[in-house]
Ligand binder design. Structure first.
Ligand code: 0O2
Length: 243
């Protein structure tokens, strides 16, 4: 095996850092866009469809594991070509319909290229896993060039996220094959999450209808300060008489 000098290691570390920075910039870019969508949606539709968003860069250890699993060449160009989730975003929404709205809004951004669309909500994985996955390419404007960087976006409900996080934890902890009985129970739990999501969606639709039917003129009864909505008590509106 070739002996590596300290200089070699230093050079490689710089190269890898620059490589990963590109993904960090792509996440920064997407973070701003998602934030704008969230704020505008809140303003126009008067509710926030996003519960929370997580951003992460895959660790070099996980990248190595994945490139070995895929049997691809171990080089930065090959990693860039074959690993789509070095930059990952997880958007957790309130309702299933919100997932599709957010996905549409992202897909409608003209400079974002959709590389892959996987709907594990309409077609859950055999183990019960549900989520909407998008692989997109986002332009990152560097000092001397534009890089189109791949980002994986997972969009799911709180319930789907709860199930996936725990399922991941169970498998991570357990180094042996999971017995069939437990796999079936995990699948049952995923089905329960699905039913609950559908129930919450229906309740939300009914409540929205009731809200629309109500003749309360909310516009006059609320103010926004830094994205936070405050209701104005009648007493405050009465102050208008003195203006
Ligand atoms: P990690 O550690 O979360 O990043 P690909 O990534 O495209 O090469 P695949 O399997 O075709 O591989 O992609 P897919 O199905 O879109 O899954 C990508 C990611 O979705 C996974 O990344 C997980 O984060 C998540 N995922 C997919 N299936 C499951 C599942 O059954 N349970 C859980 N908890 N998460 C799942 P990684 O790299 O596998 O893992």
């Amino acid at each position: 095996m070739k002996t590596r000098t300290e200089e070699d290691i230093k050079r490689f570390k710089t190269e890898l850092t620059r490589f990963l920075m590109m993904y960090k910039f792509a996440l920064d870019e997407m973070k701003t866009r998602i934030d704008i969508l969230k704020q505008e949606f809140q303003y126009v539709h008067d509710y926030n469809p996003i519960e929370h968003v997580e951003f992460r860069i895959k660790s070099p250890k996980s990248i190595l594991r994945k490139i070995r699993k895929k049997g691809c060449e171990l080089s930065l160009p090959s990693i860039r070509e074959n690993i789509n989730d070095i930059a990952g975003i997880r958007i957790v929404c309130s309702f299933i319909s919100d997932i599709y709205k957010i996905s549409e809004m992202i897909q409608n951004q003209k400079d974002i290229k959709i590389i892959e669309y996987k709907d594990y909500i309409k077609n859950p994985k055999p183990n019960g896993y549900q989520s909407l996955h998008l692989i997109v390419e986002v332009p990152v404007f560097m000092t001397d060039r534009v890089e189109n960087v791949r980002v994986e976006i997972q969009i799911r409900t709180i319930g789907m996220d709860f199930w996936a996080s725990l399922e991941h934890k169970i498998y991570y902890k357990c180094n042996m094959e999971i017995p069939e009985k437990l796999k079936n129970e995990l699948k049952d739990a995923a089905d329960t999450v699905r039913e609950l999501d559908m129930k919450m969606e229906l309740i939300n639709k009914e409540i929205s209808k009731l809200k629309d039917a109500s003749n309360l003129d909310e516009d006059t009864q609320e103010i926004f300060v830094n994205d936070q909505k405050f209701y104005l008590p009648e007493e405050f509106l009465k102050l208008l008489d003195f203006m």
